[in-house]
Design a binder for this molecule. Structure first.
Ligand SMILES: *[C@@H]1O[C@H](CO)[C@@H](O)[C@H](O)[C@H]1NC(C)=O
Ligand SMILES: *[C@@H]1O[C@H](CO)[C@@H](O)[C@H](O)[C@H]1NC(C)=O
Ligand SMILES: *[C@@H]1O[C@H](CO)[C@@H](O)[C@H](O)[C@H]1NC(C)=O
Length: 383
């Protein structure tokens, strides 16, 4: 029993690494094909999205009543039960930007009926401004943890996103900004690329120095703006991949905690997530002088797999029933226990299914076309 966490933590890490290794192999093959497919998808997506939009507006029951985005009908099936939601506006991946304010407004109208907090992963394709503009126009009570997706091999990616985040702060102010998350799974990617699983080993120290530079730079950017409100600066990573120096230099950490990749059953997933988060994230963070606030950055359950090999994790199937079980056992209990979490995720992301296959594109509460999955949202107001 005393080894329970480290064993599960390691199997989690190994699973994650294997998943990534499978991905990187596929990425190489899929990139060329993917670019061609994405062009085709991009062209048809324009048609499909406009079609599905009218479809989803009836099937979600959330309708814009007039030209005023703040005037929309609420869907009785949705409840503000989630502490937070992980959200990426569709079409926010360089170089295939295809998002639009209309679509983001529609998403925010729905999201605001589920939670009062979202987290973004990056700032490319103008998604920071689009989300803040949508919140402004819908007048909803939603705050955003902005994201800067740091890429080790592309130093300009950080700067480009920092500049658009800065512009968005100057345009929209800080009222709806809850924090800036610098780096997402940066350490996981950095150390596993160097054949390591240790975020505090030599590869981890090297990666952490890069990330720490970007975190400090974001703080300097905020200082230079002379803001009245203090904006927390944080970082998100896989649950077993927080580097000590990074944790010691952030206001908050967001940790991906996925029972699916640890081969738990759907019934056992909630308990596993809570124990993992407690042992691997909350306790180490509380022992540091700066005591960074820890959130679960992602947790959820896939409702399907695009291939047979990933249809079962050894414990349970990727299924609607599993998703419902996880919602029923995790959400209200986490609210009661005061755990800050971002449910993963708002909607299925089609690009992930195209690029990675398996369960990657199937974690949403909503299908990729915006229709609501056949689930019941737990009804317990989130803190
Ligand atoms: C909201 O939209 C409905 C339907 O278009 C309209 O009847 C109503 O007057 C609008 N309410 C406000 C406050 O604009
Ligand atoms: C970014 O989005 C905002 C809000 O919709 C818009 O005002 C601005 O023009 C957009 N910028 C670009 C470069 O698309
Ligand atoms: C988890 O389940 C998968 C699929 O059945 C299997 O390939 C893998 O070895 C299992 N991992 C562990 C640590 O049990």
């Amino acid at each position: 029993m005393s080894n329970y966490h480290s064993i599960d933590g390691m199997s989690y890490a190994l699973e994650k690494q294997k998943a990534r290794a499978r991905r990187s192999k596929r990425i190489v093959i899929a990139t060329i094909a993917g670019v061609l497919v994405l062009i085709a998808v991009g062209v048809t997506a324009g048609i499909l999205v406009s079609k599905n939009n009218s479809k989803s507006s009836t099937t979600t029951g959330t309708k814009s009543n007039s030209k005023d985005p703040s005037n929309f009908t609420k869907d009785p099936r949705l409840h503000k039960s989630f502490y937070g939601l992980a959200y990426t506006p569709e079409g926010s991946l360089m170089p295939n930007c295809g998002n639009s304010l209309d679509h983001v407004i529609k998403d925010i109208q729905i999201i605001s009926q589920l939670t009062s907090r979202i987290r973004l992963y990056g700032a490319d394709c103008n998604q920071t401004a689009l989300v803040l503009e949508a919140i402004k126009q819908t007048k909803v009570d939603v705050e955003v943890f902005l994201g800067n997706y740091v890429v080790a091999t592309e130093p300009t990616a950080y700067e480009r996103q920092r500049n658009t985040i800065k512009d968005a702060i100057l345009t929209y102010g800080t009222d709806h900004i809850a924090g800036i998350t610098v780096g997402n799974e940066f350490m996981l990617n950095y150390v596993t690329l160097k054949q390591s699983l240790d975020p505090n080993g030599p590869a981890g120290i090297e990666g952490a120095a890069i990330l720490k530079g970007d975190i400090d730079d974001t703080r300097n950017m905020l200082t230079s703006l002379n803001l009245k409100k203090n904006i927390p600066v944080g970082n998100s990573d896989a649950g077993s991949f927080f580097n000590k120096d990074i944790l010691a230099s952030i206001d908050y950490g967001m940790s991906n905690v996925h029972a699916w990749f640890a081969n738990t059953t759907a019934e056992g997933a909630s308990a596993w997530v809570n124990e993992f988060f407690q042992e691997s994230n909350l306790k180490p963070a509380a022992a540091l002088p700066n005591q960074p606030k820890m959130y679960i950055a992602e947790t959820g359950w896939p409702s399907a797999s695009s291939d047979v090999a990933n249809a079962n994790n050894g414990g349970s199937d990727a299924s609607i029933a599993g998703l419902q079980t996880f919602l029923d056992t995790f959400v209200c209990e986490a609210n009661q226990n005061g755990i800050g979490y971002f449910y993963f995720e708002y909607r299925d992301e089609e690009w992930k299914d195209i690029q990675y296959g398996g369960v990657e594109g199937h974690w949403g509460l909503f299908n990729k076309d915006g229709t609501f999955k056949d689930i019941t949202i737990p009804n317990c107001p989130a803190p």
